[in-house]
Design a protein around this ligand. Structure first.
Ligand SMILES: C[S@@+](CC[C@H](N)C(=O)[O-])C[C@H]1O[C@@H](n2cnc3c(N)ncnc32)[C@H](O)[C@@H]1O
Length: 170
């Protein structure tokens, strides 16, 4: 199932912008027309972004993504109300997915209305249960833990995520 891993490192926003080599056009926000109430909009890559944020805030860790296609599938363990889950889901393209794992569904459900309001609920595939068991079921536990053991000692890394590709996407 796993073919490769891409680790998202989040430096300061200015460094992120420099690394991304993106122009203002890349972060242009097109206002979503759905209900007129959403606080979110889509940028030129189809990713949801909060309205009213400056360029640096809009790009966030997505600025390091060289290809949206490489980051369509991600996993996150320990969701709680989903602060970082929402951030990831917003950054993914519209057909992207986050497999979100938490031992307590009720925690995830506390934040779920925010995912719906942000228009990203369709990107989230929630799995209830102990993270390691869920990762094992996906044949990922050893793989993810080995990477995280290395990343946990790197002070430059604020968030690390493992992006996964399905076999049929190789
Ligand atoms: C500190 S919170 C996570 C915060 C979250 N990353 C955020 O950005 O808001 C910890 C969460 O981990 C969950 N948790 C604890 N042990 C777990 C396990 N073994 N597998 C999966 N989830 C677990 C708890 O239910 C709780 O919701």
């Amino acid at each position: 199932m796993v073919s490769t891993a891409l680790i998202i490192i989040t430096p300061s926003h200015s460094e992120a912008n420099a690394a991304s080599n993106k122009s203002d056009d890349d972060t242009h926000v097109a206002v979503e027309k759905s209900n007129g109430k959403s606080n979110f909009a889509k940028n030129s890559n189809g990713a949801h972004v909060a309205k009213g944020l400056g360029k640096d805030q809009v790009v966030g860790h997505k600025s390091l993504l060289k290809s949206d296609d490489l980051y369509k599938n991600t996993i996150e363990v320990e969701i709680y109300i989903g602060y970082s889950l929402l951030s990831t889901a917003l950054a993914l393209p519209d057909d992207g997915k986050v497999i979100a794992m938490d031992i307590h569904r009720k925690n995830f459900e506390l934040g779920y209305p925010s995912m719906e309001q942000a228009g990203v609920a369709h990107k989230i595939d929630f799995r209830e249960g102990p993270g390691l068991d869920t990762l094992d079921a996906l044949l990922l536990a050893e793989y993810v833990c080995n990477i995280n053991n290395v990343l946990a000692t790197d002070l430059r890394i604020e968030i690390n995520q493992v992006s996964i590709l399905k076999r049929n996407e190789l």
